[in-house]
Design a protein around this ligand. Structure first.
Ligand code: HEC
Length: 150
């Protein structure tokens, strides 16, 4: 119990000092969000290709990607660039903020469509929209990420 309340105290302290989060933690957080989206993409692709999972679960994966893609730009504060900390984010993230915002908005839109189709779409439309989401991920990585491996 004491440890539990200790954890709450630490968590609220972290919230109140969010503006000065350590750059290493900021990078770790955004990489974790990215990895979570990647795991949902892998799971969704197994369902779309009918290799595993069930269609009934697809909306949950699409919803998660859509939710995590909200305000992606806020995960890249000015203090967390490659000149400050080890990161695969390229300087372009901060130099071309408008383009970066457009790339983030594209994922937001495409994942919303996937979430809708997951509930009502036919298989052909669904497969095409899955590809559109994957393209939104990789087109941002191409310009803004050092390693283009995903
Ligand atoms: C608006 C741009 C943008 C979009 C859209 C985007 N990413 Fe990323 N992603 C990045 C950047 C920049 C990095 C590098 C993060 C860092 O190291 O600071 C990254 C890193 C990653 C990583 C590596 C994480 C690690 O552990 O180092 C994975 C995996 C990833 N993204 C998956 C995805 C998937 C899947 C999607 C689509 C559902 C996606 N990303 C959409 C910009 C984007």
């Amino acid at each position: 119990m004491r440890m539990f309340f200790g954890a709450i105290a630490v968590a609220s302290l972290a919230l109140s000092t969010a503006a000065s989060d350590a750059p290493e933690a900021v990078v770790k957080y955004r990489q974790s969000v990215m990895k979570a989206m990647a795991a949902h993409m892998t799971a969704a692709s197994l369902i779309v290709k009918k290799q595993a999972g069930t269609r009934a679960r697809l909306a949950a994966h699409a919803d998660a990607i859509h939710a995590l893609s909200d305000d992606l730009q806020s995960l890249f504060p000015a203090s967390s660039g490659p000149e400050k900390v080890k990161t695969a984010s390229l300087p372009a993230v901060w130099q071309r903020q408008q383009d970066f915002g457009t790339a983030a908005a594209s994922l937001r839109n495409e994942s919303a469509k996937l979430a809708t189709l997951a509930r009502h779409g036919d298989e052909h439309a669904l497969a095409a929209q899955f590809d559109a989401v994957a393209a939104a991920c990789s087109s941002c990585h191409k310009t803004f990420r050092a390693r283009d491996s995903d």
